[in-house]
Write a protein that binds this ligand. Structure first.
Ligand code: WTA
Length: 635
């Protein structure tokens, strides 16, 4: 890729260029790709509609830009390096040529099973190479993949399958995670009881678990690819054809199917990977995310592979067989760029130094973090003990909706500052606005983080609900994309992300809507109502604090009901959404018009009940006193 920035001067120059003439800037970046037909127009946009189109009229296929564009030069080089859950099991490496043939073969299998361009394919798979193969095979034939994180429950999987109207599901018998096996196929079976539209399930054999194959619906992966050709002509896609859907949480209960389209996402994920990680040919790059989240989509699969990089994919968890697993992997493969989440750093920090001191981490050049604000202690630990004071940390701020990194240091180029995402990448125009949408210009300001100009990687809509897309992101502040995050711009013009300003909480880097969790709790037969807020948690960043009103207690008493509420949340959403603290309360603080005053609950959960602000509009002040009395944190 030509558009690599090498110096601070280079960054400033590129940034200015990208703002002065965004169309010319992105047209130049797009030159590097292989198009059947170049675009007629680089950008058409309107944030009112909203309607955002990049590279209109362009024709291409993203997998040709991974494979055909690169095969002559790097065909024999590793594309995907896979480290299994169990360190004693053989790892796997697929070169670009090998991955290409596997993708083609599976693409033909999908076609053979009747999958057409535009069809939605739900993917519920563990972190194995076949997950990447499945995604790319969909892209090859123009089917829209919808990857569902393999930690979601049957109910959540069913919601997502139904919303996207997927008629085929790809899964595995099970997934290894440390000492446990996730029974993926059983969960799919349960989910499909409420998804009559699903005609086919393809099952990869991974754990050799005892599962039931449903006659006429289920087919083994190895049978599906049997006899399929390893040549598959790539479907010609329009620049704005949908590439994938990825569900994320919002402030209402229903998850949002964020839609990304082909050309803009391709250009943006590739450009950002190239610059943010300063990847050089031959480097080994390791992102610890799960492909079920956007980080895995953009920075395990698409970004690295579009750059011809060697991307390492890890099946297991950071703490098994012991808390040194990440560093073993870095040592084993001589990883050069390492990208993880603050929650992982905090939990490994707490495990002590003995897992690190005897590991060779000298190959590391760049360290990255993503998903939540990184506190200074974790930043310094990462910098000192993992980077050994040699590696710049890129604190990358972005979202499922942005498709790729938006605000981040460029390593070795933009000087870092602990807990600051620093400066916007070229093409990105952040603004900070106050509550009424007035832009706060100059430095040393704090407010809501918005974007005033489109970028190629931005989401185009919410699947099946364009109006929700408009309302969520484009109606709070006029003519701006609203991120839902608060941010500060300090005296140096550096950005620091302060966290969500809406009803979304960030638990171990998992984005969860409080309403989603409340819906799950409220479905419990003994619960009348509930309110969920986040509270500071030393490892998870934010923990989940649920205030619950019960009609009566069952025989198990308070403990029993807490347990059964946790079980209910696990089965409705997944174990990662389980409340950490459940306080049974006589009532919730409400205004006279019946609105729950979450502000008060947040204060209590933060352990700061001294300054509750104005509570005169409360219907029943006594409830607040009782809540404070029974608080599960020190107030
Ligand atoms: C938060 C993950 C602080 C933020 C790529 C955002 C961050 C949400 C950072 C998106 C960061 C992400 N510093 N906060 N470097 N990166 N966030 O959609 O609140 O899972 O809105 O995308 O994570 O989460 P999502």
């Amino acid at each position: 890729m030509t558009a690599k920035i090498h110096s601070l001067g280079g960054y400033i120059h590129e940034y200015q260029k990208s703002i002065a003439n965004p169309e010319a800037f992105w047209a130049e970046v797009a030159e590097d790709f292989y198009w059947h037909k170049r675009c007629d127009k680089v950008l058409e946009w309107d944030f009112e509609g909203p309607s955002i189109k990049w590279f209109s009229g362009g024709k291409l296929n993203i997998t040709e830009n991974i494979f055909e564009r690169n095969l002559y030069t790097i065909g024999n080089q590793p594309a995907l390096i896979w480290e299994p859950n169990n360190p004693d099991e053989q790892s796997r490496t697929l070169t670009y040529s090998e991955l290409y043939l596997e993708v083609n073969r599976f693409a033909n299998s999908l076609k053979n099973l009747g999958v057409l361009k535009g069809d939605r394919v739900a993917i519920y798979m563990p972190m194995i190479p076949e997950l990447t193969i499945a995604m790319l095979a969909c892209a090859r034939i123009g089917a829209i993949h919808s990857v569902v994180f393999a930690g979601f429950s049957a109910a959540s999987l069913a919601d997502r399958i139904i919303d996207a109207e997927a008629k085929i599901v790809l899964t595995a018998d099970g997934g290894f995670r440390g000492e446990k096996i996730t029974p993926l196929k059983n969960i799919v079976d349960e989910a499909l009881q409420s998804c009559p539209g699903v005609e086919t399930v393809i099952v990869y054999e991974r754990t050799k678990s005892n599962i039931k194959m449903v006659e006429g619906r289920d087919i083994w992966w190895h049978k599906a690819i049997e006899g399929q050709s390893d040549e598959c002509v790539a479907e010609e896609m329009d620049a704005e054809d949908n590439l994938f859907i990825l569900y994320t949480s919002g402030s209402t209960g229903k998850p949002k199917g964020i839609v990304h389209t082909t050309a803009g996402y391709m250009v943006y994920s590739a450009y950002t990977f190239h610059n943010v990680f300063q990847y050089n040919a031959g480097d080994i790059y390791f992102c610890t995310a799960d492909i079920g989240w956007i980080t895995g989509h953009s920075y395990i699969v698409y970004g690295p592979l579009l750059n011809g990089a060697q991307t390492l994919m890890f099946e297991g968890i950071p703490t098994w067989p012991d808390a040194g697993r990440f560093w073993d992997i870095v040592d084993k493969y001589k990883v050069n760029q390492f990208y993880t989440a603050p929650t992982a750093i905090r939990s490994l920090l707490a495990m002590g130094m003995e897992h690190i001191t005897n590991k060779d981490l000298s190959s590391l050049k760049v360290l990255g973090t993503v998903g939540e604000p990184i506190n200074e202690e974790a930043w310094h630990w990462y910098h000192d003990h993992i980077g050994r004071n040699r590696c710049p940390i890129v604190d990358t701020w972005w979202q499922t909706e942005t498709g790729g990194v938006m605000i981040s240091p460029l390593p070795g180029i933009i000087p870092t500052k602990p807990s600051f995402a620093t400066l916007p990448l070229p093409g990105i125009q952040p603004v900070i606005v106050n509550e009424v949408g007035k832009e706060l210009t100059g430095n040393s300001v704090k407010g809501n983080l918005c974007m005033k100009f489109p970028w190629p990687g931005m989401a185009r809509t919410i699947w099946g609900d364009h109006d929700r897309f408009r309302q969520t992101y484009f109606s709070t502040f006029r003519n701006m994309y609203f991120t839902g995050d608060g941010a500060q711009r300090d005296e140096d013009g550096y950005y620091r992300i302060l966290g969500r300003v809406d009803d979304v909480i960030n638990v171990s880097g998992h984005r969860l809507g409080t309403a989603e969790i409340e819906n799950a709790i409220n479905a419990h037969p003994l619960v009348n109502e509930s309110a969920v807020v986040g509270y500071p948690h030393s490892i998870k960043g934010q923990g989940i604090y649920a205030f619950v009103v019960c009609g009566e207690l069952s025989t198990g008493g308070e403990e029993g009901i807490r347990k059964s509420i946790k079980m209910a949340v696990t089965s409705m959403i997944g174990p990662f959404a389980r409340p950490d603290l459940i306080q049974l309360v006589p009532g919730l603080p409400k205004t006279r018009s019946g609105k729950i005053m979450r502000r008060i609950l947040r204060k209590v959960a933060e352990g700061d009940a001294t300054n509750l602000g104005d509570i005169t509009t409360l219907l029943d002040e006594d409830v607040v006193v009782k809540i404070i009395d029974g608080a599960l944190v020190e107030v």
